[in-house]
Design a protein around this ligand. Structure first.
Ligand SMILES: [Zn+2]
Length: 315
């Protein structure tokens, strides 16, 4: 029976009754009749005219086309932290780096004429924790590599089994923690230093040669743009130092351990896109003046959170 021609002329109550009949046909008759079911077309039309859903068989279950999105997980690495027994104060060529302190993982230290110190490890921790708060407010799960002035390799594990405990083990402890957190993305926060005090500005790194280098570049560029914009709102003259592959200048051409592929000295590697951001320099007087400002640090944290959220939205 084709109901369609007559249905056009019907009004509400009649349609509800028709719908009930249709439901009965579907529930009771069809299983035994084994005939084609034109009523399948009737049901949605009647439902539109406010018959109750209970009048009809439930719709077939929708196959799970897309899995429920899980909350993104972001790993924030607060660069440096705690003491370190084996941190050299010289670079590989033996050149002394005066902004480091031997046996200490403060990162770069700026010493004012009055004798006070501004330490990279304190600033990276403050930035990481402030960024974490902002991301958590947006329902992002955040893992911070440290929440205090401590090394991450607190258990002093010789993670590359080379018989000594050094900065490589500290970085491997961070990689291990970040991988176990199953983070979708890694952002490592540092502040820059350079022998020339005139060197200043906002700089970001990614590692080439990783399976997710495209994503890492997008992350580094997004963070760099956001952080530079944030700093320039308070200091229009802030300098752009660009975004680069993190290969070191020395002949080894090695990547930074945290972002790069595994090597002989680092037997495992991070497993997600990552970028390292250096918002300003600890060795430039203008940048240091900015780093002393609470509103500047808040703006950088806001920019980091905005950049990470922008990256996640487009992933
Ligand atoms: Zn650093």
């Amino acid at each position: 029976m084709d109901r369609r021609p007559s249905r056009v002329r019907l009004v509400g109550p009649v349609v509800v009754i028709l719908g009930l009949i249709a439901a009965l046909v579907t529930f009771v008759v069809t299983p035994w009749a084994g005939e084609p079911q034109p009523e399948v077309d009737v049901a949605p039309t009647v439902l539109d005219r406010s018959a109750t859903a209970a009048s009809f068989p439930p719709p077939p279950p929708t196959p799970p086309a897309t899995p429920i999105a899980r909350r993104p997980v972001v790993a924030l690495d607060a660069g440096h932290g705690g003491p370190d027994d084996d941190l050299p104060r010289a670079d590989r060529s033996g050149r002394l780096l005066p902004w480091y302190r031997e046996g200490d993982n403060s990162g770069a230290i700026f010493r004012s004429n009055g004798g006070s110190e501004l330490r990279e490890k304190d600033l990276t921790l403050r930035l990481a924790l402030a960024t974490a708060d902002l991301l958590e407010a947006e329902d992002v799960l955040v893992v911070v590599t440290r929440r205090e002035d401590v090394p991450v390799n607190l258990e002093r594990r010789d993670l590359n089994e080379d018989g000594k405990l050094d900065l490589v083990d500290e970085l491997l402890a961070r990689i291990d923690l970040i991988n176990r957190s199953q983070a979708d993305v890694l952002v490592s926060i540092h502040l820059n230093a350079h022998p020339s005090p005139s060197m200043r500005g906002t700089y970001a790194n990614y590692a080439s040669g990783r399976p997710f280098t495209r994503e890492s570049i997008r992350l580094a560029v997004t963070l760099h743009q956001q952080v530079l914009r944030g700093i320039r709102e308070l200091s229009p003259g802030a300098v752009d130092r660009g975004v680069e592959d993190d290969v070191e200048d020395d002949p080894t051409g090695r990547h930074l351990l945290l972002l790069g592929s595994r090597t002989a000295r680092a037997p495992f590697e991070t497993t997600m896109p990552g970028a390292l951001i250096e918002p300003l320099f600890m060795t430039n007087p203008e940048d240091v003046e900015l780093l002393r400002r609470a509103d500047l640090l808040d703006a950088v944290a806001r920019s980091l959170a905005d950049g990470i959220l922008e990256y996640l939205r487009e992933s």
